[in-house]
Structure formats: structure tokens, C-alpha cells
Design a protein around this ligand. Structure first.
Ligand code: AMP
Length: 408
């Protein structure tokens, strides 16, 4: 099946040619004709499946071929996303796909001045990509009106709820016109997301391109048991020993991120960080430096876990396991994208065994354990069974005997 057989117009086909997209991915093959036909969608798809083009291409087509020209301060299509990074990235995709179409698009998120966003909205926009908080601020200032809104996309809806956007979403949805096309994308489908879907969608087409709550098959995943206090040392050792190229590393806390970056920089390793305490321009700069290979190791909290699209990222390291098991799927999804193979390695300490069990239950797999010589933990990580249950409670840490280590 080709993109032209899905009914896309030639300005879009030209753009796809230039991007060297040869064939639609499964989510695109299903979503594009349905969106063109005006259907609502409820899609279970992870990043890496090509879902952005799945909604961006048909929306661009509908915006350029249907509907009245946009009035001042109005928007015709809205894409709501959970994070600033994802907002930039999704908008960038719209720009790339829509480069031969005369549409006005923009992106709006918090943490930067609101005035340029208000100015941009004055003449109206065909498409706005926004985070819910900033969009609500703009609405409160009468900088945006929804009277012409014909299409709404909620991207990474599960993440928006996790990040506490449900109040903003409720307020916005109440302000949107009832007659509109709505497309809901979520990697995981929890009960709150299903409830949101029921309240938002009209006779939606359901598309499920990945088995629920699974990680991408092409990603090789395993773990190294290690004592907490030796994680930095182990990471630096692995980096050198394995001659790793670019690595995206996830750390639980902002402080932990900064500490690891400091350790890496002190060893002459090019590292930078992304987390919620950093001003937006610094976060984007870090991401750009990583994408352009100026930075070898990008250390991030889960804020960065979803949606970041970095070409050919071969390796993700979970320096700490995530508190919320679903985040494991999103973190590992940063590698092995668009069919490429990838590797995700977790450094797991004994006190993370419950998180490990939750991840193994969710992903229905037991992660292979490989000890790293010289780093066998003194506090062993209890074994988990096929249902992700912890078989033995972690023992109280004993005082280490010099020269002796306990393997798993
Ligand atoms: P997404 O899941 O939307 O974040 O897309 C993941 C990656 O796949 C992005 O780098 C896209 O540029 C790329 N991509 C999307 N659709 C296609 C396609 N049909 N052919 C090749 N690459 C694609």
C-alpha cells in the first residue's frame, strides 16, 4: 500500500518523498483514510509507530481542502500534548509534512513568554500545537477562541492525565464546540483514559497497533543488578568498556540527574541534562546538542521520556527504574523506533525490586539479569517470578565483608 493509495494530495506526497517515507506504517494505513473520512479515532499506539504522521497528514489535508478561512484569534485544529518538547516535535512534523501547503501553524507552551504566542494568534491559526496549561492561559486572556475549531487531537493522553492536566483538559473541553472531529492517542489505556474517550468521542474507530502495555519487540532489554551507591561508577565503566556511542539515561530525580551529569563531565564525558527545573530554552538546547551529536550522554527525568524522537538512538539506560511502570515502556520506546533495533539496559538496586516486579507484570516478560564483573551487588536483588511477583523480600542490608561479594 502506498501513501497515494490512501488518498493523500500531491503537496503532501511531495513532502513525504523528500522525507523518504516509502510506505505507510500500520497506524498510518488505518488512521489516514479514517481521518480523511471525518471519523473520530481512539488509537493505542506508542511513539515510534509513526502515529504523528497518522494524524498530521490527514488533518493538514482537511485543513487545506475544507472549511472557511480562519478568523482573527481563531484556531481550526488543535493538538494537545503533555510536554513542551513533544509540542516542539509535533509542530516540527506538521511543518515538515505541510511545507507545500499555505497553512498558518504555531506552537504554544509554558515556561516562555506568552506575548509572542498572543501576537501569532491575532491573525488566527489553521493549526495550533499546545500544552493544556498554556492554552488555558491564552484562552483566559481572550487570545484564542474556539468557535472555528473543527478538529482536536489529544496526543499521549495518558501522560497528560499522569502529569495532572485533567482539570485543564476539563476546562478546555467545556470551551470547545461539540461538533468537531476528535482523535485520541494513548500508549496505554487505563480506566481514566477509557472514561475520557467515552466522554469525548463519537462512534470512534478503534485502532490498536501494538499489544496493550507491551514494549517494542525489536528492543533488547536486560538488567544489571548493582548496589545503589555504585551505579555512577558502573555506568562510567560500561560506557568506556563497551565503547558506547550516544546514550539516553533516565534518572529518577532532578538532583540525581545533575549529580550524574557532574560526574560524567568531571571525567571528560560530554553530557547534558533535561528535567523540569531547567528553563525551557536550556532544555531544548540540551536536546538539540544531543541530536547533533555534540553531547554523548543525555541524562533526563521522565519529563523527557515521552515523545522525544531522536533518530537512530541505539541505547537507553535506566539508571533508576521508574516509579510508574508505564514509564518503563515510554523510556525504552526512545530506542528501536520506526523498526530500528535498540537496547535498553536497567541498573537495578535491591530496593527497586517492587518496581521491577511491576514492570515485568506490565510488559509480561522477565528481564534477563547479567552481572557485571567487579560490580556484583552486596545487597542482592530478590528474584521475581513469571507473574512479576517478588519471590523473596529484600534482606536488610548487611555490613559488607571486605573482598567478598554476593552474586545473584
Ligand atoms: P512517531 O511515532 O510519530 O513519533 O514517529 C516515529 C519516527 O518514524 C519519526 O522519526 C518519523 O519521522 C518516522 N516515520 C513516521 N512514519 C514513517 C514512514 N511511513 N516511513 C518512514 N519513517 C516514518
Amino acid at each position: 500500500m502506498s501513501f497515494s493509495s490512501l488518498g493523500l494530495i500531491s503537496p503532501l506526497l511531495q513532502a513525504l518523498d523528500a522525507l523518504e517515507y516509502k510506505l505507510p506504517t500500520p497506524v498510518q494505513a488505518q488512521a489516514i483514510p479514517a481521518v480523511l473520512a471525518g471519523r473520530d479515532l481512539m488509537v493505542a499506539a506508542q511513539t515510534g509507530t509513526g502515529k504523528t504522521a497518522g494524524f498530521a497528514l490527514p488533518l493538514l489535508q482537511r485543513l487545506s481542502t475544507e472549511g472557511a478561512p480562519v478568523g482573527s484569534n481563531a484556531v481550526r485544529a488543535l493538538v494537545l500534548v503533555p510536554t513542551r518538547e513533544l509540542a516542539e516535535q509535533v509542530h516540527e512534523s506538521f511543518r515538515a509534512y505541510g511545507r507545500h501547503l499555505p497553512l498558518r501553524t504555531h506552537v504554544a507552551y509554558g515556561g516562555v513568554s506568552i506575548n509572542p504566542q498572543m501576537m501569532k494568534l491575532r491573525k488566527g491559526l489553521d493549526l495550533l500545537v499546545a500544552t493544556p496549561g498554556r492554552l488555558l492561559d491564552l484562552y483566559g486572556k481572550n487570545a484564542v477562541k474556539f468557535t472555528q475549531l473543527q478538529a482536536l487531537v489529544l496526543d499521549e493522553a495518558d501522560r497528560m492525565l499522569d502529569l495532572g492536566f485533567s482539570r485543564e483538559l476539563d476546562a478546555l473541553i467545556a470551551a470547545f464546540p461539540k461538533r468537531r472531529q476528535t482523535l485520541l492517542f494513548s500508549a496505554t489505556y487505563s480506566d481514566p483514559i477509557r472514561a475520557l474517550a467515552t466522554s469525548l468521542l463519537r462512534d470512534p474507530l478503534t485502532i490498536d497497533v501494538s499489544p496493550r502495555n507491551s514494549t517494542v519487540k525489536s528492543i533488547k532489554q536486560w538488567l544489571i543488578p548493582v548496589d545503589k551507591k555504585r551505579k555512577s561508577e558502573l555506568f562510567c565503566h560500561l560506557l568506556k568498556k563497551n565503547g558506547w556511542g550516544q546514550v539516553l539515561v533516565f534518572v529518577k530525580t532532578r538532583k540525581g540527574v545533575e549529580q550524574l551529569v557532574e560526574t560524567l563531565l568531571a571525567q571528560g564525558i560530554r553530557a547534558d541534562s533535561i528535567h523540569g527545573d531547567k528553563p525551557q530554552p536550556a532544555r531544548l538546547r540540551a536536546l538539540e546538542r544531543f541530536k547533533s551529536d555534540e553531547v554523548q550522554v543525555l541524562v533526563a527525568t521522565d519529563v523527557a521520556a515521552r515523545g522525544l524522537d531522536i533518530d537512530d538512538l541505539p541505547l537507553v539506560v535506566n539508571f533508576d527504574l521508574p516509579i510508574v511502570a508505564e514509564d518503563y515502556i515510554h523510556r525504552t520506546g526512545r530506542t528501536g523506533r520506526a523498526g530500528a533495533s535498540g537496547e535498553a539496559i536497567s541498573l537495578v538496586a535491591a530496593d527497586e525490586v517492587q518496581q521491577l516486579a511491576a514492570i515485568e507484570t506490565l510488559t509480561r516478560q522477565i528481564l534477563t539479569r547479567n552481572d557485571e564483573q567487579g560490580f556484583e551487588p552486596e545487597h542482592r536483588v530478590p528474584m521475581t517470578d513469571a507473574r512479576g511477583q517478588v519471590l523473596k523480600k529484600p534482606k536488610k542490608p548487611k555490613k559488607p565483608k571486605p573482598g567478598k561479594s554476593q552474586g545473584v
